[in-house]
Every structure is written in C-alpha cells, then in structure tokens.
Design a protein around this ligand. Sequence first.
Ligand code: ADP
Ligand code: MG
Length: 257
Amino acid sequence: MIQLENVSYAYGIDAKPALRDVTLSIPQGEFVAIVGPNGGGKSTLVKLILGLLKPRTGRALLFGESPEKTRCRAGYAPQQARVDFNFPIGVLDVVLAGRFGAPSRRGPFSPRFSKSDKEAALAALERMGVAELSRKSFGELSGGQRQRVLIARALCSKPELLVLDEPTNNIDPANAERFYELLAEIAKKSSILMASHDLGVVSKMVDSVVCVNQVVHIHPTSEFNGALVSELYNADVRLVRHDHRCAEVGAHSSVYE
Ligand code: ADP
Ligand code: MG
C-alpha cells in the first residue's frame, strides 16, 4: 500500500535533511504507528506518503502509483498546530471537504454536495461526538473540538487508508480513550497510519511501529519495547527541554518531559 524507496527530503537547499534515505514498505490492512521525537520527521514522512511533499531523491508510491493520483483514497487529518484557522468556514463545510475523494461523487469540481454527502459528514461528526457543532463556525471552536472535526473530515469519505498526524494532541483523556475505541473499530476495515506520542496505546493497538528520527526503522509491535523507546528518544533530551522552555510562547509540550 505504501512504498518508499531511498527517499530523502530537506526543506531548503542548504537545510539539513529532515529525512534521509528512507526505504519502507507497508502492506494494506495494517495499523501502523509513527513515533519519534519532536522534529524527528514524522509529519514530513506523512506528507511524502501523501504526495504533499515531493522526495528530493528516491520515490514514493501509494497504492502502487504516484501519491498525487491516489491520495484521494486516503483520509488525512493534519497535525493541528500547522493548520491556519483564520478563515471563515463552517464546521459542516470543513467536514464536507473530506468528501472530495469519496467514490460516490461525480468529480472533484462538481459544485454542490449531495444529500448523501451531507449525511456522511453529519455521521462522521456524530462518530467523533461533535454532531452538535455542525452549524458553528470552525474558528470559534476549542482546540480539542477542532481536532475532532478534522478527524471527522478524514473519516467522512470512508477512506481505504486513514492518515492521522498526532490526532489526540488537543483531546482530553476521556475523549482520547473513546477515540481509540473508534480507531480499533475502523482498523478492522481500513488501514491506518498514525503519528502519535501515546506509546502505551500505540504498542497495544498497532501491527507495526515506524520509528522516525531523521532516519526510519520499522519494527513489528512485539519488538517495540523500553530499550527501543529510550534509544529513539534519549538522544533528544535537549530538544524536548527546549520545547518545554518555549511552552509559554505556544509550542506544545510533549509527554516525554
Ligand atoms: P515531527 O512531525 O516529527 O515533529 P517534522 O516532520 O515536522 O517533525 O519536522 C522535521 C524537521 O523538518 C524539523 O527539523 C523541522 O524543523 C523541519 N521542518 C518541518 N516543517 C518545515 C517547514 N515547513 N519548513 C522548514 N523546515 C521544516
Ligand atoms: Mg509532526
């Protein structure tokens, strides 16, 4: 389903590579977690897989083809800190935008959403426990509410592959638990790729773990133990502290502090 061959990526010509020589293969039907320190390259990896970034070297395939062509078969909830919310848009419209890839639609530019599109959008909001927000403006929602709406958007087209970048960052523990129950149910029918810091949850729920810290290693969940975690995160203590100090200016802190 996902294949990367010797993929490297850097954000600027002289920039240090965010990802270096990544070769990776993920079969259909798996629930895969992406873990690694902040700045390790998790979001970059997700964007390369979806064709939102193009590899500097190597190539990425999604469902055996160029990701630009096939990413309509995936639902994507981006990491929220990176999304700009300063535009006036209703919650239902945010979710409906997730229907662009839905197979039932006539084409990506058909101007109106059908009744079934709206029903699917409302059902997705319902699944995320935020149906009552459907008539609100997206901008007036709390971080956790926005997060759940963005996940509803990713779910809305019933994608073959669900891609979630740190989906529980702004969600309180009770709702996060409910969300993981929903994910377990979705995982029976779809493939899931999820960047997450919830290592306990990750090791219980997923089939394999992709460890990302500029380079990438994939492990079956059974190998994902304390030694691997400290190897992955220890080198990054300075970075995490730095994040912590920056908390008051808006950087979010991580569970590793
Ligand atoms: P993670 O998701 O694991 O926190 P990212 O993929 O966001 O990591 O970032 C990997 C590296 O790329 C970091 O060094 C980060 O600073 C850099 N980076 C990410 N996005 C950009 C961007 N838009 N422009 C420049 N550098 C970026
Ligand atoms: Mg990220």
